[in-house]
Design a protein around this ligand. Structure first.
Ligand SMILES: Nc1nc2c(c(=O)[nH]1)N[C@H]1C(S)=C(S)[C@@H](COP(=O)(O)OP(=O)(O)OC[C@H]3O[C@@H](n4cnc5c(=O)[nH]c(N)nc54)[C@H](O)[C@@H]3O)O[C@H]1N2
Ligand SMILES: Nc1nc2c(c(=O)[nH]1)N[C@H]1C(S)=C(S)[C@@H](COP(=O)(O)OP(=O)(O)OC[C@H]3O[C@@H](n4cnc5c(=O)[nH]c(N)nc54)[C@H](O)[C@@H]3O)O[C@H]1N2
Ligand code: SF4
Ligand SMILES: [Mo]
Length: 737
């Protein structure tokens, strides 16, 4: 589709240069796109971007692939008996509105389920306007990728600091000691820690005589570079963290920190209670289950506390497992009682130019519960693990229609097969997506938005987690085709059709946004933000981005509780220790446990249609330790049948001592072999979906977050050759037919 060029800042012959921020992951790298008219010539790192300073990862170039991808839908399509049929926007939008209204009229408003996938938070227009879509569809049946991701971070911040988005991040640029538990920033480029070029940042910590310690069941790329790595048995981190907290008190470091007149400690009235919180968990008592010796645990604590500055950080490996919320709580508590919160080189609060904290509600947990499995909502979103049951189990309130916005839950949420079946029997499904995916193939209508290079960008979300305060606005590189729509335009169009009588103020806001675009909302946000004189036009004058300085101490004003104190909510978390006790009492050390994995050239389920990102050795493999392989008679390169409570996949073994013995790893986001998917390159590199093994009943019971790490599985090698008897039977069957 032809696209016209728009904003460019320099010219050399026909070659033009455009500056922007990469929107693919959380790192917000500045990129320089060279193009000739509507043809991208190259995508490189922007050395003058004050934040990323030239760094990019191999995915940046996939922005071009995505833009040019012939499989990317350029117009709405409708599923018909004879396949997908192209339809015009007005007809598509009318049909979607009619489909939703019909189901809601027949079965009630909440019979429509909506799922918001991860790319929403990377989409400025989407972020700033999605409320109009959500308000207009008037359903309480909301789900999002949050509940298979960072939900624990939100809840801890809501409890302690009074707002779900007031999340402190590691001050990686200045710390002397970083303890990383269940995060692999060298592959993921950082998460809830927007920090481009973590490779360099880790090297820098080591170069200034600091230390980086990684706790992970896999010796990851990050672990390899770190000063020290410890294997840990999956989903036992809660024991390690409890023992560490206990040791902090035993070794007297909590008292030392208190004596130092630390602001965070002074603002935490219930801190006394932490002295007892973990008293039953000695380093000795957790060593055998976790796989980390008591003396090592004690040393980890001593070194963490003795360092001039230090920070404990945990990500997917500790968030998305059975004790995810308690783990994130303990990580925060450890940072607080050791005096590391709100200190340089510790855990600090970003101060973004658009302040979402002061423009959104604080969040709430458990106002409502899911119908079938009684799981709590968070801020109006139900846990994704509940989605299939809500569609399949008959009764009042059953989901009959589904809207999937920028998500692919068939591949990205537990028990994908079950969700696949559930989607297939719904009355009406609509997807807002670029592709016919494993999920959107169930849609009656797919509404595809314009490409990321055709939209303007300011990172509304990830500036809020940035390890250095910055601000940058990028105009659209290409003008979208007049027949294309941005996500935000699709939302507003649907809102107009579904919510015919909005309140006057809402109508005015929708009208203004629809005419002026989301940058109108952005400009308001910038003007209301913490930086005097900050406006959109100021950002436009600084196309490489503005440096707003290192993280600053933000207490007490960062706290949103009225009393300006940190609320530890001890009782809520202490009650969860019963579950920990139960786990310890019934622990099965022989059980093979499955964990996930990310690769720098993947992005969840949706960059596998870029040839340059999937080329090379197949990456969707079952990693396992040589001893585990030997126990099961599995050889490197051999197919293995992996079975869990919910499913079974066959996948090739990659035998490696990167993995702890007794643990196996499969990356998520693969499994493009399902019929009806229309992404040729991805289909040619299909792999299997790990979420056909992960279990929708395996959750963090405290909050309903999915537990995709630490899933019990059984292994069985697939015989290379059928035995003689099987061959004979097959031969006879063939002859007789
Ligand atoms: N086993 C296991 N499962 C996991 C994880 C894991 O570690 N292990 N990780 C979890 C995590 S952290 C996450 S965030 C989720 C992600 O899960 P999801 O958000 O459900 O899935 P994605 O793979 O990100 O799919 C995004 C879809 O949005 C489309 N898309 C991309 N950009 C846009 C856009 O700008 N607009 C629109 N409308 N569509 C767009 C893509 O084509 C793709 O189909 O997966 C989770 N699932
Ligand atoms: N290249 C690439 N980058 C991405 C993404 C991607 O798919 N590909 N996804 C983006 C998204 S949506 C997110 S949320 C972030 C995630 O960012 P990260 O959390 O940094 O990414 P992961 O690679 O999932 O890291 C989790 C680590 O936890 C380990 N682990 C698993 N189970 C356990 C456990 O029980 N205990 C401990 N201690 N560790 C465990 C795994 O081995 C893995 O190394 O990455 C983002 N960036
Ligand atoms: S690290 Fe993330 S933001 Fe940076 S270039 Fe890679 S995908 Fe883009
Ligand atoms: Mo995520």
């Amino acid at each position: 589709m032809p696209t016209k060029r728009s904003k460019t800042i320099a010219r050399k012959g026909n070659e033009q240069t455009h500056l922007r921020t990469c929107t693919l992951c959380e790192a917000m790298c500045g990129i320089v796109v060279k193009h000739d008219g509507d043809k991208v010539l190259s995508i490189k790192g922007d050395k003058d971007d004050p934040f990323s300073q030239g760094y990019i990862c191999p995915k940046a170039t996939a922005l071009q692939d995505l833009h040019e991808d012939p499989d990317r839908l350029r117009h709405p399509v409708e599923r018909t008996a004879s396949g997908w049929k192209k339809i015009g926007w007005p007809e598509a939008l009318d049909k979607v509105a009619a489909g939703i209204s019909a189901v809601q009229k027949k079965h009630g408003k909440n019979a429509l389920g909506i799922y918001l996938g991860n790319p929403n938070v990377h989409n400025m227009g989407g972020m700033l306007t999605v409320k109009h879509l959500l308000n207009s569809i008037k359903t309480r049946s909301r789900f999002s990728a949050t509940s298979i991701d960072q939900l624990p971070h939100h809840i801890v911040s809501m409890h302690l600091f009074g707002h779900m988005l007031r999340i402190p991040v590691p001050d990686v640029n200045r710390t002397q000691h970083m303890l990383i538990i269940g995060g692999n920033p060298l592959a993921s480029n950082g998460s809830i820690m927007t920090a481009p070029n973590m490779r360099q940042k880790i090297k820098d910590i080591k170069a200034r005589d600091g230390k980086v310690v990684v706790i992970d069941p896999r010796r990851t790329e990050t672990a390899e570079l770190a000063s020290e790595h410890h294997f840990i048995r999956p989903a036992t981190d809660v024991l390690l963290l409890l023992a560490m907290l206990n040791e902090i008190y035993i070794q007297g470091y909590a008292d030392k920190a208190r004596a130092k007149d630390n602001k965070a400690i002074a603002l935490t009235p219930a801190i006394e209670r932490m002295a007892d919180f973990a008293k039953d968990y000695s380093a000795e008592s957790v060593a055998s289950i976790t796989g980390i010796s008591a003396s090592e645990i004690k040393r980890l604590v001593t070194e963490f506390c003795e360092a001039d500055s230090s920070v404990c950080y945990g990500r997917m490996g500790v968030s998305v497992q059975e004790f995810g919320l308690l783990c994130q709580y303990l990580i925060m508590v450890i940072n607080i009682v050791t005096g590391r919160l709100d200190e340089v080189g510790g855990l600090m609060f970003p101060n973004p130019a658009v302040d979402l904290v002061n423009n959104s509600g604080p969040g709430y947990l458990g106002k409502r519960h899911t119908r079938v499995s009684h799981l709590p909502d968070f801020n109006g979103d139900y846990p994704v693990v509940a989605m299939a049951d809500e569609m399949l189990v008959a009764g009042e309130g059953q989901l009959k229609a589904f809207m999937c916005v920028a998500g692919n839950p068939v591949l990205s949420t537990p028990n994908g097969e079950k969700l696949d079946e559930a989607l297939a029997q719904l009355e009406f499904v609509v997807a807002i997506d670029y592709f016919v995916t494993e999920t959107s193939r169930h849609a009656n209508i797919i509404l595809p938005p314009a490409s990321p290079l055709e939209r303007e960008h300011y990172d509304v979300t990830f500036n809020g987690f940035a390890v250095h305060n910055v601000a940058k606005y990028s105009p659209a590189l290409f003008t979208k085709h007049k027949d294309a729509k941005h996500d935000w335009q699709i939302y507003l169009e649907l809102a107009k059709r579904l919510d015919k009588k909005p309140a006057l103020a809402t109508r005015v806001e929708r009208e203004l946004t629809s005419r002026l675009g989301p940058k109108f909302v952005l400009d308001q946000g910038l003007r209301r933000g913490p930086y005097q004189g900050m406006t959109l036009s100021k950002l436009k004058k600084n196309p490489h981005g503005m440096d707003l300085g290192p993280l600053k101490r933000m207490l007490p004003q960062a706290i949103k509780h009225k009393d300006k104190q940190i609320a530890l909510n001890v009782d809520f978390y202490q009650a969860d220790l019963a579950r920990v006790q139960e786990m310890m009492a019934n622990y099965d050390a022989e059980q093979i446990l499955l964990i996930g994995r990310r690769h720098v050239r993947s992005n969840n389920s949706w960059l596998h249609n870029s040839q340059r990102l999937v080329k090379g050795k197949p990456r969707c493999t079952l990693m396992l330790h040589p001893d585990t392989a030997k126990d099961y008679g599995i050889e490197d390169g051999q197919d293995v049948q992996v079975t869990s409570r919910v499913g079974c996949v066959t996948i090739v073994a990659e035998v490696t001592d990167e993995l702890m013995a007794g643990v196996v790893s499969i990356p998520h986001g693969w499994g493009h072999g399902r019929s009806g998917v229309k992404q040729k390159i991805a289909q040619a590199h299909a792999g299997v979906s790990v979420n056909d093994l992960t279990d929708d009943t395996l959750i963090d019971e405290l909050c309903g977050n999915a537990a995709v790490n630490g899933v019990p599985v059984q292994l069985k090698p697939v015989k290379v050759e059928a035995d003689a008897e099987e061959i004979e039977t097959a031969y006879e069957e063939a002859m007789s037919s």
